[in-house]
Design a protein around this ligand. Sequence first.
Ligand SMILES: [Zn+2]
Length: 219
Amino acid sequence: MAKSSRKSAARSAPRAANAKPLAKPSRGEAEEAVRTLIRWAGDDPRREGLLETPSRVVRSYEEFFAGYDHDPKLVLARTFEEVDGYDEIIVLTDIRFESHCEHHMVPIIGKVHIGYLPDRRVVGISKLARLVEVYARRLQIQEKMTAQIADALQEVLKPRGVAVVVEAAHQCMTTRGVHKPGVSMVTSRMVGAFRSDARTRREFLSIIDMAGQRGIPNA
Ligand SMILES: [Zn+2]
């Protein structure tokens, strides 16, 4: 992300309850923290191969966590269109995302499937992908991200219902701890018609299942 956009973009970083916002550390402080972690890992940050690593890591963090600089509701607010009476489910499948788990700060990589039942208004598909990105590029837990995507869509677009399913592999499970490669976690959030009407929910689940041959059990 362009550095110049960081100042003007809406700040929506969550903070601890009752806590004042913490000042953002300087780039130099962030790089120093990386040197500390290199030493903690057991290496010498003065070693030639590691000299540029702190600045690279800090630049990577700007990319990984760019979501804090963007307001997800503004992402959606910009493009509403009238649709001539289209009132069937709209589904976008397999939106790839990369996020980081807030417990270990290692990658969560997966796919998001979004469905909604429009009520006069629709949103461009690129905006749905962008919405996923704004939430993914933060420290996350999958359950929270699933709910945030669904709730933002419901709040801004006010459709008759929203369904979000997220499938992801967590590197904190595959590369450390219990070391279980190949495990993926599936979370879902059903709102409005997708929650109250089993047929609508089944239609969504069968569409995403057809798209990916996933065998997700119908709810
Ligand atoms: Zn984790």
